[in-house]
Unconditional design. Sequence first.
Length: 344
Amino acid sequence: MWNFIGLAFNSKEQGKASIGSPAAEWDPPNASIKSNPVPVLNNDNKATAKTSYTNPILVLDDSKRIAKRKLIEENRVKRRREEVVKTMQNRPEPTSEEWELIRVATDAHVTTNAQGSHWKQKRKFLPEDIGQSPMATTSEGDKVDLEAFSQFTRIITPAITRVVDFAKKLPMFSELPCEDQIILLKGCCMEIMSLRAAVRYDAESETLTLNGEMAVKREQLKNGGLGVVSDAIFELGKALSAFNLDDTEVALLQAVLLMSSDRTGLTCIDKIEKCQEAYLLAFEHYINYRKHDIPHFWPKLLMKVTDLRMIGACHASRFLHMKVECPTELFPPLFLEVFEDQEV
């Protein structure tokens, strides 16, 4: 009996010793014994564990916050510029045939553009008292200063002549029938003259220089007969100043305006349309070659063609009122010949 009790006692002690030991890998039925017990944290290691999992909070003062924002913005601008450059590098540039087309158009513009790049040194400001004393009122209610009007009509004849000379220097234009040439010139003359004035907008003096010689303020041009058309030309000048156009870009804009196949009365519509497409394609490729920093430069510039077409249409309507209200003797013959019978 004592042997039996001793055997039972030894079995219990062995069972106790086996729990938590390597021998506990065996799981009896309906039992689960974890070999790696969950550690218990006392007060000391609780503090240690809490400290190790706490993230430090970074507090920036105003100057550091501003500097950080500035750096972020500079990086954003840099990325945008790199994207523009990368995109432009993948775009086609002019072919040899297009370069010749571009060269001819540029030469035509430079040789017919009064004063060229020296217009600021050679311009003369219209006296401030001219254009401030309205002497007639149109049926639209706009005031016309007849002295200012006479000043503008004095320079209008050479300005029109320069536009005609520009067109004649383009081989594509010279190949068209004479009747179509006249229609195209009548349609684009005011548009091209407005463009040439707009690219000579001076923000410092807030003036446009007409025909490369006469610098005028907005109110002077408005009271001199153009009315609201002057506002459109001045706003165009402000917008174009951001584009920093060179002579070639101005020349190609003029060629695109000249070769507008939607003018009423044209006979060679398909040929004129193909001419304009040739200039547009060469123009786009030249823009790619120039690699402007302005995003979407090409579509934005094309929108200015629409603005110039609107200026031409508004001037045609305005001319009808000017002819009624202003003395006929103030209108030069060439001015009447070009702008009479225009589609409104």
